[in-house]
Design a protein around this ligand. Structure first.
Ligand code: NDP
Length: 295
């Protein structure tokens, strides 16, 4: 099967690498050097434009920062829309927003192209291991077509409901992730300042009811040893929280805690810059308090 992948970023690259093992893969990236590097390492053809990537593809997958970026990719003489063929399946793995996903679908459906939002969770390591969770929004028939392809990098592939529900699910998930990061930064710096050994604090938490993915995996792997790799930009997490808060406001759901978390994450993004990793708000708290969570 001919599959095209557009967006060889931090998570897109390992996802595309898994597709290259199974399918006849074409890749496109805005910065061409990245797609050339990819094709030097994996069996893949490099497309010069989004249009060229889409031409002849049975399945097209995008993974860009925002839905707006994906929508813009459709436009113009070299755009994706011009290359997409009738009968093609278009899966957007961007952590996007429901309104834009619905607009993209409305534009492509009359052209005979099936579309679903299919954001992923599980990080860059999860993508490389093929164990991502994929949250799909779209028609049941489109979901069924998508599953075998998504299995290249996904383990749990969930049909959330109609178009946009994958985006909605992902935005709430990441907002809860952000809340956990901020809460652990405050709680753990407090415990260390109170004289508790940081590793012991984390181990005890992880054997108790306050534990989370952040405390069980991210803090032991990155914060305690002080490695701070950049795998998921804080700017993207801030974008996800913005999508979630927009959804909640639109639905009339009061969310004072999540709104405050959104403000704090946005402030951290401004303080740390666009390249910072999503765990770095913990570092900011360490700097503010003069306490390090190491051990
Ligand atoms: P990166 O910032 O690492 O990469 C972004 C990719 O999108 C690059 O290939 C970049 O191209 C391309 N790009 C950026 N802007 C545009 C544009 N306007 N037009 C075309 N291409 C563009 O992001 P990630 O790979 O980390 O994230 C991609 C998506 O996946 C985001 O929605 C993110 O929220 C989500 N995600 C990320 C996870 C992670 O662990 N990193 C986990 C789960 C979801 P170029 O090389 O030219 O800069």
């Amino acid at each position: 099967m001919r599959v095209s992948f557009l967006g060889l970023g931090a998570i897109g690259t390992p996802m595309a690498a898994r597709l290259a093992e199974r399918y006849q893969l074409t890749v496109w990236n805005r910065t061409t050097a990245r797609s050339r590097d990819f094709a030097a390492e994996h069996p893949a053809r490099v497309a010069a434009t989004p249009r060229e990537a889409a031409a002849g593809a049975e399945v097209v997958i995008t993974c860009l920062p925002t839905s707006a970026d994906v929508e813009h990719l459709l436009d113009g003489p070299d755009g994706l829309e011009g290359g997409l063929e009738r009968g093609a399946l278009f899966l957007d793995c961007t952590s996007g927003d429901a309104a834009t996903s619905r607009r993209i679908a409305a534009r492509l459906t009359p052209r005979g192209v099936a579309f679903a939002d299919a954001p992923v969770s599980g990080g860059t390591n999860g993508a490389a291991a093929g164990i991502l969770t994929v949250m799909v929004g779209g028609d049941e028939a489109v979901f069924r077509r998508a599953v075998p392809v998504l299995q290249a990098f996904g383990k749990r592939i969930v049909h959330m409901g109609p178009l946009g529900t994958g985006d909605a699910m992902k935005a709430v998930n990441n907002t809860l992730l952000g809340v956990n990061i901020l809460a652990l930064a405050e709680g753990l710096t407090g415990l260390v300042k109170a004289g508790v050994n940081p590793r012991l604090a984390v181990e005890t938490l992880n054997a108790s009811s306050g534990r989370s993915f952040v405390s069980e995996t991210l803090i032991p792997e990155r914060v305690l040893p002080g490695t701070w790799p950049v795998t998921f930009r804080l700017a993207l997490l801030d974008k996800d929280v913005g999508i979630c808060l927009g959804q909640l406001r639109e639905l009339g759901i009061p969310a004072p805690l999540l709104e405050r978390a959104g403000e704090l994450l946005h402030q951290a993004r401004v303080a740390l810059g666009e390249a910072a990793d999503y765990l770095e708000p913990i570092r900011l708290q360490e700097r503010r308090t003069g306490v390090e969570i190491r051990g």
